[in-house]
Design a protein. Structure first.
Length: 121
């Protein structure tokens, strides 16, 4: 049976992390950083947070370093905002899904424009 409370809390963590990231002032953290997914463990003691940036994987990896330094502040803010019994240990992971999806979109649009020019002839 799926644990609905766990998945609901993971979505709440993702939503609040997105808001908290906008408040951080560390220059290493990209302003266009996006929380892709939050995987919460079954006992809610640890959470893997996948983040991605529009500016590429190098910028995302640099942002992860800044997030690791700010993880204490982020945990405290999550605890205060979500009224949890225990704040989960946060692990930030760089993910290139936004970059990959933008590349796929470019390829599809180039195929679409190539198809349109063939139809006009």
């Amino acid at each position: 049976m799926p644990n609905f409370k766990n998945s609901r809390m993971a979505e709440d963590i993702k939503r609040e992390l997105t808001a908290i990231l906008r408040e951080l002032k560390d220059p290493r953290i990209d302003k266009m950083l996006t929380v892709v997914r939050a995987d919460l463990s079954g006992d809610m003691s640890s959470c893997k947070v996948y983040v991605s940036s529009f500016e590429g994987m190098e910028r995302t990896a640099e942002s992860v370093k800044g997030l690791k330094n700010a993880s204490g502040f982020i945990r405290r803010e999550l605890f205060a905002r979500l009224k949890m019994r225990k704040s989960p240990e946060l692990t930030f992971v760089a993910d290139n899904s936004i970059e990959r999806s933008a590349e796929i979109s470019r390829k599809l649009s180039s195929l679409n424009t190539g198809k349109d020019s063939d139809e006009e002839e």
